[in-house]
Design a protein around this ligand. Structure first.
Ligand code: 13P
Ligand code: SF4
Length: 324
């Protein structure tokens, strides 16, 4: 019988630029077991771009930004979906494909944006601004989505805000995303005070220092960064848009003002691009590991269940987004 590290050798070849050889034996057993469990359970793994490379490149079947994961979750035919990402992503997958078993390997994989607002807050905002539509970022709980008119992601926020044909919208809960979109549209945007704990830490001074230390570097910033950071960057877009930018523009040197694992994951595909890595980790994304994906598949944990009445209303908001 071959050892797990031998059976997974071809996978290691893919990630050898970002995972030192000494670490591979630690991952190989779990990878080997996960691949077998996926076959046995007819399961697929959806992984967000912020997952670590051993998950992203070695066990995931579908990878992408929040929008791509939502779209692709809807079309999954397998019996089981394991969401290697955070809780709201697993809820969105369950909303869009309710007959499937959707598993999140760690229930504490949350999000500072999702935690910043409750359904009661949205009801109060509606009272304060009667008739103003509520556009809600997917980084929210299913209860908050259920109180919303339509959802958006960082990929489609501007298009969605403008698609409503109104002069004013409430956009929740990311204040910086709302301000960054407001800078690109004539629609008036009423924002909430939520922030992403990863992106709020970047500053314009960081970018100026990076440009000084690494001449010629191209700076890409996620729109969850503060507006003064986005203004200072060369390009701003969702995680998928940043990845596409590197693929199409092939900048010789690049820095991604976003979560750490993004650079590792893209670097695997672009050996000719130099990645400068000012690292901000998302502690929630990092709760997902090979070990708990293995357990999730083995013990069917933790299954996402949504109260049907809430699900019906939240699904409407997500489906309206996908229809635009
Ligand atoms: P996108 O992948 O949609 O750009 O979102 C980034 C993010 O922070 C998700 O939690
Ligand atoms: Fe939430 Fe920010 Fe982490 Fe994304 S990176 S899951 S927005 S805390």
């Amino acid at each position: 019988m071959l050892k797990a590290s031998t059976r997974t050798a071809a996978l290691y070849d893919r990630v050898r630029r970002v995972i030192p050889p000494i670490e591979w034996p630690v991952f190989a057993d779990d990878i080997d077991a996960i691949l077998e469990l996926k076959r046995q359970r007819n399961a697929v793994i959806l992984a967000h771009n912020y997952q670590t490379p051993e998950i992203f490149h070695c066990v995931a079947d579908i990878v992408g930004d929040s929008l791509a994961l939502a779209r692709k979750a809807m079309a999954v035919e397998a019996d089981v979906i394991v969401l290697a990402g955070v809780h709201f992503m697993a809820e969105t997958a369950k909303l869009l494909n309710p007959k499937k078993t959707v598993l999140i390997p760690d229930l504490k994989a949350g999000c500072s944006l999702a935690d910043s607002i409750t359904a009661a807050d949205v009801r109060l905002l509606r009272q304060r601004y009667p008739g103003v539509p509520v556009v809600t970022y997917v980084n929210t709980s299913v209860e908050v989505k259920a109180e919303s008119d339509i959802c958006c992601t960082s990929s489609n926020a501007k298009i969605l805000v403008e698609s409503l044909g109104v002069a004013r919208v409430i956009m929740l809960p990311d204040e910086y995303l709302a301000q960054n979109i407001a800078a690109q549209t004539d629609v008036e945007i009423i924002a909430w005070k939520g922030h992403c704990e990863v992106h709020e830490r970047f500053t314009p001074a960081d970018i100026r220092q990076l440009r000084e230390d690494h001449p010629g570097v191209t700076v890409l910033a996620h729109p969850e960064c503060p507006p003064d950071v986005v203004v200072e960057a060369d390009f701003s877009g969702s995680t998928a848009a940043m990845s596409d930018y590197v693929g199409s523009q092939k900048p010789p040197r690049v820095v991604l003002m976003t979560e750490c694992s993004m650079s590792d994951n893209i670097a695997v595909e672009h050996p000719d691009v130099e990645f400068i890595r000012p690292c901000n980790l998302c502690p929630h994304m990092k709760r997902i590991t090979l070990a708990n994906i293995h357990l999730a598949l083995e013990q069917n944990r933790h299954e996402v269940r949504i109260e049907p009445e809430i699900a019906a209303r939240a699904r409407l908001a997500v489906e309206r987004m996908l229809a635009v």
